[in-house]
Design a protein around this ligand. Structure first.
Ligand code: UFG
Length: 330
């Protein structure tokens, strides 16, 4: 019986494949390699290169594998790009999920764990954000993920297809042995941009606004280590296999750090200057996003280990130092 990991060559998906295999699962990876990296896929996973929107291709995967569950990471995930190109997000994320759910229904695969996002909450009405906090996405990316959650809700009712939607806050860090990590082109996320600046690959980092209603004026985010994030996925998979009902969980740490605090920590850890210049706000950025992760801890038994900013930056720094130009380019 296999677990199919869609998007298993990406930053988060590759960490999932790695941990599933370490736990003894049999894993098949599906990825179109548009943003993922072949080198990131664990050698013990079977790899199918193709797009989840291609129903014949996906059907063939489900025909060849005896699928007991699905982990779904295959999505476009850049907030800014989604505002410019909303239809790309509805096609890749919503239509891609439509095809996946059709194939799952056909092959009677009943368990799916998938990446949702804090972007489903938009500008949150309360902090820390609970799963009961109103969802009101402010961009097509968050909207597409909320639609995916709703599609799964109705598929559960109709076909008994149970799901866990994990709403991620800001994911950072890399596997502790630095063999896999974050490699995006273009890079838009704060931690890798800070570390590329520390490596001298960028002259300076731009801080997107210091006029927010936060302690130092810069945006506050809740960071979660990718290894802990994946622990929650495996717990969610086991929860579903044990008959758990469909549900939604936040994955964050309940602690917020400002952009300036992140840069300061990185300066301490790397010993590098990391020049930063002040720029205007980036449109669509909420001032503060902090999760309440209590539900995941109580119901899934989630027990994150790498909760300090130091651990996240240290592991990301080791990855960037050992792979200064990402996969296959060092
Ligand atoms: N930032 C800068 N300078 C940069 C890059 C980022 O100041 O060069 C700031 C952003 O304005 C933001 C913070 O650093 O305040 C974090 O930005 P990221 O782009 O790293 O992450 P986001 O908070 O925008 O996005 C993350 C996920 C998204 C998800 C979103 C939920 O990457 O997938 O959280 O709001 F949708």
């Amino acid at each position: 019986m296999a677990i199919v990991v869609l998007g298993g060559a990406g930053y988060i998906g590759s960490h999932a494949v790695d941990q599933l295999i370490e736990k003894g699962y049999d894993v098949a990876v599906v990825d179109n390699l548009l943003t993922g990296h072949k080198e990131a896929i664990h050698e013990k996973a079977r790899f199918y290169q193709g797009d989840i929107q291609d129903k014949d291709f996906l059907t063939n995967v489900f025909k060849q594998e005896e699928v007991e569950g699905v982990l779904h990471f295959a999505a476009s995930s850049l907030v800014g790009e989604s505002v410019e190109q909303p239809l790309k997000y509805f096609r890749n994320n919503v239509y891609g999920t439509q095809v996946l759910l059709e194939v799952m229904a056909e092959y009677q695969v009943r368990n799916i764990v998938f990446s949702s996002t804090a972007a489903t909450y938009g500008e949150p009405k309360e902090v820390p954000i609970k799963e009961t906090t109103e969802t009101a996405p402010k961009n097509p990316y968050g909207e597409s993920k909320l639609i995916m959650e709703k599609m799964m809700k109705w598929c559960d009712q109709a076909y008994g297809m149970r799901y866990v939607a994990l709403r991620y806050f800001n994911v950072a860090g890399a596997k502790l042995d630095s063999t896999i990590g974050e490699d995006h082109t273009p890079e838009t996320h704060l931690v890798p941009l800070i570390l590329q600046t520390a490596l001298g690959q960028r002259k300076a980092l731009t801080i997107f606004g210091d006029d927010y209603a936060t302690s130092d004026g810069t945006c506050v985010r809740d960071y979660v280590h990718v290894v802990d994030l994946i622990q929650a996925h495996i717990l969610a998979l086991e929860y579903l296999k044990n008959g758990g009902k469909s549900d939604v969980f936040n994955l964050g740490s309940s602690e917020g750090f400002s952009v300036k605090e992140m840069i300061e920590s990185a300066r301490e850890i790397t010993g590098k200057e990391i020049p930063a210049i002040m720029g205007p706000r980036r449109s669509g950025d909420p001032a503060i996003l902090i999760a309440s992760p209590e539900k995941a801890k109580t119901i899934l038994g989630w027990n994150p280990h790498y909760t300090t900013i130091r651990k996240m930056i240290e592991t990301a720094w080791s990855w960037h130092q050992s792979h200064p130009n990402g996969y296959g380019k060092s």
